[in-house]
Each structure stands twice: as C-alpha cells, then as structure tokens.
Design a protein. Structure first.
Length: 256
C-alpha cells in the first residue's frame, strides 16, 4: 500500500478491549491502541473506530463477573457501559490532543436514505476537523450486535458509508486460520474458505470468524479491501498501513 493519505475504518472487538476474564475494559489495551491510532492520525490518515465493548464495560460497572444470558440484561449492561466506554476513549485520545465523537447507529439507520445521508455528512465534518469518530451499535434498543456479530457487519456498512480505503478488523487471533492452525495470508474468494470457520461465542464477544467473513464479503464486493489481524500484537496497524504481510488480506473486487 502506498504512503498516500488513507481513510481507515478500524473495528475493535470486545475480545481485544476487555481483560482475559472478560468482565472489565483492559486499560493497557486502550492505551496501546490509542497510541497506534494517534500515530496514524499524525501521519495524515483518517481513522474511524467501530468499537464493541459497551457490555463488558457495563458488566464491570455493575459488578457482574459473567455475561448476562438474557437480552434485556445485556441491553442494560450496554446502557450503563456505553458512557464508560466513551470516557475511556476520550481519556486515551485526549493524551494525544485528539477529540473523539460518539455515534450510535443501527442497521435500520443505514437502511434509511435520510439517516444514511445524515450520518455520512456528520462523519465527513468530523474527518475534516481531525476528530476520531467512535461508532457502536445502539445496543440499548438494537439486538444485532448483542445476538449475532460483535459489530462486524456494522463495520463493513460503515466502511461503505464513508468510502474507506481499507477495513481493518482487529480480533483475538492472528487472522483466518487453516486446518493446521496457520494464518491464511490472502483470500480472494470468501466463499472458498467457509469450511475453515465456525461460529464462536466468547465470554464477552459474539459471532467469531463467521461474521468477520460476512463483513469481508460485503466490503470487498463494494471495492474495499479488508484485513483481519490480531489486536493483541503491538504494531499491527502500522504494519498493515505500511503494506506488510500481516494477518489475512481480502483484496477488493474492482469497482464498476
């Protein structure tokens, strides 16, 4: 990838934002990811973060050790945790003299032409002012992330909304793994690797690799390349932007 200015959509899942027990946000992870994103911003790139983690943050605030099983309880956790999540982002990016903005979206927002355009216009203004948009699904009233996909599909839809140059999905594994546990470096046809994945539900994350491949399929069809890589390894974002072979790369289909 060249050194031109890039518009990047970065998806951070619950599994890389919470501690190993999954019952609170991992401050060291936020600090490191914040530094890496700030470095990209200083290099002139535009960064938008699609972030999970509200439920994990709410679990900590409410003193819960296990993810609630019922949807209303998870939505209540998200309602409590969203402010905690944004406070963490504001604190981290504030150290780098960057301002954050919060947008809570649902899939119906992006399906509505008026709300789709309004969201796009807002994001363009934020990019122009070098603000870091933090997008999460509105979990208190929507159920897609909580039940199906840890914001994976939302990240692809947002990447399409803003015309991103790349969608980078950071997760708790090094990329798509083959039957021997080795990273598949390039996937040109998402359908060809469907047998390699299963739907995994973690302590605070949902969907596993299945929903990440679904997101990749949407994005590449719209002409946006996708990278799935580890969010636990330092330096992954810089390496990806520098064009290094990191994680699994899904080349974009040519736009018509």
């Amino acid at each position: 990838m060249s050194r031109r200015t890039l518009r990047l959509v970065l998806k951070f899942g619950s599994g890389i934002l919470s501690n190993p027990q999954g019952n609170t946000l991992d401050r060291r992870q936020f600090d490191r990811l914040g530094r890496e994103v700030a470095a990209l911003m200083r290099a002139g790139h535009e960064c938008l973060i699609v972030s999970s983690g509200a439920v994990a943050a709410g679990m900590a605030a409410l003193g819960l050790r296990e993810r609630p099983s019922g949807l209303p309880a998870r939505q209540a956790c998200a309602a409590v945790g969203q402010s905690q999540l944004m406070h963490r982002y504001a604190t981290v990016f504030g150290r780098h003299k960057l301002t954050v903005a919060q947008l809570l979206l649902t899939h119906s927002d992006l399906d509505s032409r008026v709300r789709h355009d309004n969201a796009g216009n807002t994001l363009e203004r934020l990019f122009a002012r070098r603000v870091v948009p933090i997008i999460n699904e509105n979990d208190s009233v929507a159920v897609e992330e909580l039940n199906f996909g840890d914001n994976d599909r939302l990240s692809a839809e947002v990447a399409m909304l803003v015309g991103a140059d790349e969608l980078i999905i950071l997760t708790s594994v090094d990329g798509l793994l083959d039957a021997d546990g080795k990273v598949v470096p390039v996937v040109k046809d998402v359908a060809s690797v469907s047998t390699l994945v299963r739907s995994d539900v973690g302590r605070v994350s949902t969907g596993g690799m299945v929903t990440k491949l679904q997101a990749a399929r949407l994005a590449v069809a719209a002409g946006i390349p996708v990278r799935i890589a580890s969010g636990r390894r330092p330096g992954q974002l810089a390496a990806i932007v520098a064009g290094k072979a990191v994680g699994t790369h899904f080349p974009a289909k040519k736009r018509r």
